[in-house]
Design a binder for this molecule. Structure first.
Ligand code: NAD
Length: 248
């Protein structure tokens, strides 16, 4: 029986990439996992099968665009309806729309802020009544080292990810009295579909900047999330960098 047995976890945007690795990590430690997806139904349902084979007592795929407040609320409500409680909320869903600011459109700014930052508020707001009633809960928000360091061509993404850090600290302050912890994880460059969009010549430059000399794996991030939810009961309002040393 895993150490997360009896825990119910929602991982947003978990049909692939880092979110998928987090879902697998929590599931293999015994958590019941809700796999949230916006479009990739097949991938989400395939992941549910994988989770059930690898130790999750239950798993369920729920479609919701978490950048829409009503759908984010519905994701949390369906989780509670189905499993009776919610213990772990991982806000992982994210997108990029990269351009230097002179070419960055207002729509691209708004969309990235909405998906990457506002979605965290929407899910947390929806989960609050349950967490406060239960007097327990753990929230992990996936930010990025770009939110700490900035990055050319990512003003929208950097602002959203920096916003997550401020949001995390404020939520940690407000929710501590209910025994709810709120932390952020800031990955560096991690080998996922998002990283695959980076041009090869730029990847070479990036690799030279990473002291550990390699991009991270989604599992590197997933293990940090697992640490926080398994062993992090006295950790709140913190930002954990999982970045190979690219930002210290
Ligand atoms: P990815 O593109 O592989 O996965 C993102 C997932 O989020 C996808 O499954 C996508 O469908 C989902 N998603 C997007 N918009 C959504 C919405 N509105 N509602 C629900 N789901 C939605 O990217 P990834 O690399 O796995 O990134 C996961 C998280 O990690 C993101 O928040 C990203 O910003 C962050 N991150 C990634 C890296 C990296 O190098 N890959 C580095 C730092 C931070």
């Amino acid at each position: 029986m895993g150490c997360l047995h009896n825990k119910i976890a929602v991982v947003t945007g978990s049909a692939r990439g880092i979110g998928r690795a987090i879902a697998e990590e929590l599931g293999s430690h015994g958590a019941t996992v809700v796999v949230n997806y916006s479009h990739s139904k097949e991938a989400a349902e395939e992941l549910v099968e994988v989770l059930l084979r690898n130790g999750a007592p239950h798993a369920l795929a729920i479609r919701a665009d978490v950048s829409d407040p009503a759908q984010a609320a519905e994701l949390i409500a369906r989780t509670i309806d189905t499993f009776g409680r919610l213990d772990i909320l991982v806000n992982n869903a994210g997108i990029t729309a990269d351009h230097a600011m002179k070419n960055l459109s207002i729509d691209e700014w708004d969309h990235v802020i909405q998906v990457d930052l506002s979605s965290c508020f929407y899910t947390v707001k929806a989960a609050l009544p349950y967490f406060t009633r239960q007097e327990s809960g753990q929230i992990v928000n996936i930010s990025s080292f770009v939110g700490e360091a900035g990055n050319f061509g990512q003003a929208n993404y950097a602002a959203a990810k920096a916003g997550i850090v401020g949001f995390t600290k404020t939520a940690a302050l407000e929710l501590a009295r209910y025994n709810v912890t709120v932390n952020a994880v800031c990955p560096g460059f991690i080998e996922t579909a998002m990283y695959a969009t980076v041009p090869e010549n730029l990847k070479e430059v990036i690799l030279k900047r990473i002291p550990l000399g390699r991009a991270g794996k989604p599992q590197d991030v997933a293990r940090a999330v697992r640490f926080l939810v398994v062993d992090g009961e006295y950790i709140t309002g913190q930002t954990i960098n999982v970045n190979g040393g690219i930002y210290m």
